[in-house]
Design a protein around this ligand. Structure first.
Ligand code: NAD
Ligand code: LMR
Length: 317
């Protein structure tokens, strides 16, 4: 059984993630952490969640706190703390502001929970994953970000609707930045186990429209309802369950790669990774030429944003 901690638990994503995670059978304890002054809200969340447990037959010990010291002995710490983007902003516009929060948080967690797995949701997630890796001192396998898992789910749902098949029949991946330079892997997309490009209907697939819809999905939801919540919340729970259940699923998350993909590496970015109780292990890949070119561009972009942020963080210390 495991203790799962959510940082930023008073936020839109944090609150819903607490609900989805409480449904995972391996979770025995859940700690909700918010900023000082938010104690009443956190207490209310705990009471409200507890009410739902009776109906569901769930038995999770809930607690809340406002200090990172409370996170000690967590098995997984999920970080949703930080500012979200407003309509018209790019996720990378949040880079420095959120990196400052993550650097401080990661330093404390690295000292107090050296065996934990640290899961970043805060955007821009590829950059915050790299910042957490550097400042926590934890091993690369212990740190990952939501990355392009949510984008892959968005594409999966569009493909399933287009082909009028159940979503479970579709396997697809998007790699690279959780952002504009993301790269769809049509070569790794199957429907009912059959490669999508060997289906006669593939030629009519509005592939570019689909990927454009995925690229702009977060922005469109934020414009219409203020924040993305249900997609990220369910995606977070899938990953927590994969870790705690030692499931060895291959999911596309932001992870540190050395040179696993065509020799490209030394960056945190969305890649397929085998995920289990020990953490996250990127899977070496062989891609089509245009996919490699797209991935190189995406890596180049993320490396630059990450390097700029690291430099500013060091200068600010
Ligand atoms: N990676 C993804 O796919 C994905 C999906 C959704 C949201 N996000 C990101 O998650 C983050 C949270 O989104 P949200 O919609 O829940 O935002 P929100 O504003 O509703 O919540 C933000 C949370 O962070 C906390 N916070 C803000 N500044 C802080 C600071 N200086 N120190 C400590 N805590 C602080 C707030 O108290 C609150 O709990 C954003 O960065 C957003 O972009 C990422
Ligand atoms: O788009 C955002 O800013 C939130 C998140 O990254 C998302 O894709 O839902």
């Amino acid at each position: 059984m495991a203790k799962v901690t959510i940082l930023g638990a008073t936020g839109n994503v944090g609150v819903f993630a607490a609900h989805t995670i409480s449904e995972i059978p391996y979770v025995s304890d859940m700690l909700l952490v918010g900023r000082p002054g938010r104690e009443d809200f956190l207490a209310g969340c705990c009471r409200d969640l507890s009410d739902s447990f009776a109906a569901r037959g769930t038995d999770v010990r809930l607690s809340y706190g406002t200090s990172l010291a409370d996170t000690k002995d967590s098995d997984i710490i999920i970080c949703t703390a930080g500012v979200p983007r407003r309509p018209g902003q790019d996720r990378n516009d949040l880079a420095f502001e959120n990196a400052k929060i993550i650097a401080e948080t990661a330093e404390t967690i690295g000292r107090s929970s050296p065996d934990a797995i640290l899961f970043l949701v805060t955007n821009p997630v590829d950059v915050t994953t790299a910042v957490a890796l550097k400042y926590s001192g934890l091993q690369p396998r212990q740190i990952f970000g939501l990355g392009t898992h949510l984008d892959s789910m968005r594409l999966k749902s569009l493909i399933a609707r287009y082909f009028r098949v159940h979503v479970s029949e579709v396997h697809t991946r998007i790699i690279g930045e959780h952002g504009d330079s993301m790269v769809p892997l049509w070569s790794a997309t199957t429907i009912g186990g059959i490669r999508i490009n060997s289906l006669p209907t593939f030629s009519g697939l509005p592939a570019q429209e689909m990927i454009d819809a995925v690229r702009t999905s977060g922005e469109a939801i934020i414009r219409d309802k203020g924040s993305t919540v249900y997609g990220p919340g369910e995606a977070i729970a899938t990953l927590v369950k994969t870790i705690l259940g030692d499931e060895n699923r291959i999911l596309t998350v932001s992870s540190y790669i050395k040179s696993e993909i065509h020799g490209i590496g030394d960056v945190c970015i969305g890649v397929p990774a085998r995920i289990n109780r020990d953490g996250v292990f990127p899977v070496p890949l062989s891609l089509e030429e245009d996919e490699v070119a797209g991935f190189r561009e995406s890596v180049k972009k993320i490396r630059k944003v990450t390097a700029d942020v690291m430099e500013r963080l060091e200068a600010a210390r």
